[in-house]
Design a protein around this ligand. Sequence first.
Ligand code: SAM
Length: 278
Amino acid sequence: MPLSPSETSRLLGEFNHRPKKKLGQNFLTDGNIVHKSIAMADLPAGIPVVEIGPGLGTLTKQLLIKEHPVFAVEIDENLFENLKKSLASFIQNKQLNLIKGDAVKKPLAQLPDQVKDFAVVANLPYAISSPWMESLLHSQRIPMTMVLMLQKEAVQRMGAKHGTKEYNALSIFIQAAFQNSHIHPVPRQCFFPVPGIDSVLVQMNRLPTPFHFNQKTRTLIRKIFTQRRKQIGSLLKKEDPPTKKMLEMWISEQNLSRNLRPEQISPEQWRALAEFNS
Ligand code: SAM
């Protein structure tokens, strides 16, 4: 069962661990939220699950009890060593593949290449939610479903529509691969220590044909969004001649007004840019 706040505090004390703010170490202490995360994922039996930042293993243990093979990556040495002990039986029978490392570099916790259908269930450290997502999209291995605990604002940005201030380059890349289907707010008291921000659980399903933005186009879109309030007509003048020519062709093919700002251009129109820029 998930640990209560006092048990979490006692357990951390046992191995002399002070939660590290910069690693987003706010541990889940509410059983209902742990079960909700797993219920929202609604996973077929036996489907492998990737977990980012298992921490004290609260969510991990429930996934293992449900007989999912779990691939987990934890960066913190202390927590990693504790997990190795507390989940030793699952490691021994090879149901749990636990690695120590940075999830931004290993976004799928070394899930074997041959595994095509898998899920991600994670209470993400908020500082890496965007770079981890970028890294996942870059890997071109898109999970069939993800249930992520995220900062409320991050979810708003991911699902943002064009023309809003939350809409950014990552919104475009994520919406090309996933649709958000379910969002559940999570009270701050469900964590120890209690964080200073609001969290939500979000379920995202892989689109039937996820679109992959090539690296070149992602870099260009990200660069263009650093000046999201400028008009594209003036932004393209700063580009080198081949990029400028390509942007001109895209603008004309998509029938875009040169007065449009990057934030007013729809995900579909940005997708068309990738076709010119391959
Ligand atoms: N899953 C646990 C839970 O729900 O109670 C802990 C979640 S806590 C919000 C985030 C976890 O991610 C911590 O264990 C932290 O050490 C780990 N972490 C932070 N940055 C990481 C990174 N770059 N790669 C892997 N793990 C990371």
